[in-house]
Design a protein around this ligand. Sequence first.
Ligand code: SF4
Length: 674
Amino acid sequence: MDADERTVRAVDTHCPYCALQCGMTLTRERDDTVTVAPRGGGLCQKGWTSPELLAHPDRITTPLVGGRPTGWTAALDLVAGRIRALQAEYGPGAVAVFGGGGLTNEKAYLLGKFARVALRTPNIDYNGRFCMSSAAAAGLRAFGVDRGMPFPASDLAEADTVLLAGANPAETMPPFMRHLAGKRLIVVDPRATATARQAHLHLRTAPGTDLALANGILHIAAERGHLDRAYIDGRTTGFAELAATVAGYWPARVERITGVAAADLYRAADLLAGGRRVILTARGAEQHAKGVDTVSAWINLALALGLPGRESSGFGTLTGQGNGQGGREHGQKADQLPGYRRIDDPVAREHVAGVWGVDPATLPGPGPSAVELLGMLGDEIKALLVFGSNPAVSAPRSLGVHERLSALDLLVVCDFLPSETARFADVVLPVTQWAEEEGTMTDLEGKVIRRRALRPPPVGVRSDLEVLSGLATRLGLTEGFDPLPGRVFEELRRASRGGTADYHGITYERLDAGRRLHWPCPDTDHDGTPRLFTDGRFHTPDGKARFIPVEHHGPAEPRDGEYPLYLTTGRVLTQYQSGAQTRRSSLPGEPFLQLHPDTAARHGITDGAPVLVTSRRGQFTAPARLDDTMRADTVFAPFHWPGANNAVNDALDPISRMPEFKVCAVRIRPHEET
Ligand code: SF4
């Protein structure tokens, strides 16, 4: 039998996991197994094993009400009936929606519309609040636009020097590392990560001190004449105020704050002095109660060096979730309407309401951010609908979230696997996976790509779009919630028209014909915009980028005698986000606590022994993994397993409302089994 006889169908699609959205060809064999092959680049272990979940024994294929299998009609009737009753008693805001950065553009769009039009609730936000919100806010205030990477990743091939602040792509998105091969690589990270070990220069900061480090490098760059004065004068505003601020970040002071030797600060400034240079941030810099200011500090450095908008140079952020970029453009965010429009902008409301066929006055205003929304469960919010998210693991202070979920009158979870959040649900609705659905995603460089169905979903499974359509119909909306992804995308195109993230010129036909289209793409004869700012203008009213002077304040919760160590969290190679999917794959992985041998010895902890980690908010247990590259004042835990997020700090950034996942004070001791 040759390959063609064994094959039923093959499609070109993309990996279901991270924002790199690696291309893959999926093939369905006659025995119904699915094989995967990379297309146009590599895949990491997560991509290679992604088909395992299609037929996983844990797959949910029947709606569950109170844990019991139920028909779709009865389940949707029940959910719609409960929504109507709760809203009649408590008002529209009694029902909330929680979305996800892995949902397709079509789902994110229809979810936002469902909340505003069908539910009339302001209470919608999504897990991207935990991921990209600080970078998004910092990009908006400096450049007037938020596109993670405002240039194609392939431009990095021509760069000479790349600085990564709080990014570990060697583990989170390994194929990205090919873009960094041969570069002078500067990595800012408290840990000697797989990426840091490949660096020309590793700046091993104390957790929560990146902002001071960036200000310090800028201070030295100014002192040594590395700044681009013509660029500063011609393309930016606010430099005098910034210069006054960074004057206070002299090397000895920055060394004291960050723990990075002054000599290494000078080396970093000199490595960034010439050639084609790129500065990229990720969650290590962003997941802080000062995350927006920290990203602003790195943007200030990039602008002062004259990088954004220059060929093979610039500033960007490495988006995390699969549709982390598109997921924040179409209206599932608390303060947004489609096209990356602000929900409190009267012009935006008028435009979107026109597309939706409703009175703009009926659209709710901005709602609470994710952590605040979760904190309202059981009080003002009586019912929650969760799509593509697992806040029972991913939210900070997660045991408190469990209590809130338990206090709801109605929790509905749409998922294809029984996540930890689904265990609290009154109703679980089984939905499609990536290889069973059509749609689009937007990758980390703002390029819109097609997701294609290889095969139909298992009997009993429906798409999230069908769920929204079915509920909207039951809530009395006879039109406007077509569940076909192509039709949803057509409406999304019109709704985004004229917005910052303008998709109007992007169609399934153009994408299927192989066009590489980055937004903004205003019309179908437009080639898209792979590189922003190359016309000499930023997306601000005067066309100039804004310097934002920012000051170091340190972690929201400093170490002290009672809690003498810092806990920081992050990802490992084989796992993705809350782990609901990858923990079920064949890839190896287990929770651990990484710490220096001296720290372990001081606490009577041996390698492999269970450690109890306690913060002011909660505790968790994990086996010790001793590593002499760790800072003695810091321990690290991956967040893919329930536990670590019990302890992390839920202090919020005042602008982005990002929780401070990346640093909190803890104490440790050997965990005695009982
Ligand atoms: Fe999938 Fe990201 Fe791995 Fe690529 S790098 S295969 S998109 S998880």
